[in-house]
Design a protein. Structure first.
Length: 78
């Protein structure tokens, strides 16, 4: 559980640090190509969003706690 939390924290920090860098590059026009059709770029972004969203939602739905977090089991067994 701790390693998963560390991974998520690292992803969050990376995302927060990449926002100013990306904004700076966009403001200076780096990577801009006026001949590139915008639907192609939108399609790539949509595929990435749907793919990653599906992956993380699937992982969240399949997550099972192993019960080894130091708490006592108070359930009544038949």
């Amino acid at each position: 559980m701790a390693s998963r939390l560390v991974s998520l924290t690292n992803v969050g920090v990376l995302a927060m640090l990449s926002i100013p860098l990306t904004a700076t590059l966009m403001a200076r026009g780096i990577g801009y190509n006026p001949d590139f059709p915008w639907p192609a770029g939108a399609g790539v972004a949509a595929v990435a969003l749907v793919g990653l969203g599906f992956k993380y939602i699937k992982e969240a739905m399949e997550f099972e706690d192993d019960g080894q977090n130091g708490e006592k089991d108070t359930s009544i067994a038949p």
